[in-house]
Design a protein. Sequence first.
Length: 281
Amino acid sequence: MVRHIARVVVVELLEWDARSYDSLPLPHKRWGPAAIARLRLAGGETVADLGAGTGRDAGQLLTVLPRGRVLAIDGSQQMLAQLRERLAGQLDRVQVLQADLREPLPVTGPVDAVLSVATLHWLPDHAQVFCSAAGMLRPGGQFVAEAGGAGNIDAVRAALAGLGADDGKGIWNFAEPAETRERLAAAGFTDIDVGLVPDPARLDSADQLEAFLATVVLGAYLRDLPPGERRPFVQAVAARLAEPVVDYVRLQIRALRAAGGRRLAEDPASGPVIPWAAPQS
């Protein structure tokens, strides 16, 4: 691991404090249902959730898929442990896979749809993620995603820069719609719809803002700070914000996998593949 507060370089998969994350008033709680609503589902499909986290969206998917299944993929062991706890009793319809989303995914599918909520902006290579999504989708399958886009948390980044810290270019990947459309098309998607939607999140108090920043936004900055320096750093960032608001701008994506094209399982460089299998309990 290599990090310095003035210039953050992320070389290790980020682990999360799953319980603290789940306890906050997350705007993610509305982003997930809104993204799921953009999927056109009949109720019997198999849907992959990229960046499944603690299973909030996977649980919503199970509700709208009474005859369907969910493939929950995330890189965080803590998040997936929380997911298993949240979805206990429904795991006969869930396959859980811990995998680094920055790398080609060892999944053949085929799945009917791929969902991703609040994940893409943590991944440096969107072209790779889109190829992974296309590789596990059946022809005509749906890809729906939402994440931070261009302009996301600009006020927070300005506060970081004002403190002499890195503004997050080495951490976040907030893409523009035009480059996203190009990458989706190159990965084999058609019927591409991409846009930016401002969606600021207002917190109830300064304490809640600090907890939110520490858990959701600034984790990569805090990992290597001595424990005694973490809270003062978060407080300094919060103090530079004009109000207790995180200025989110969401990149919203919907696309279909084109008919034909090479599947992930046919790529000799993709390594071993994991087909769908119901978990053994």
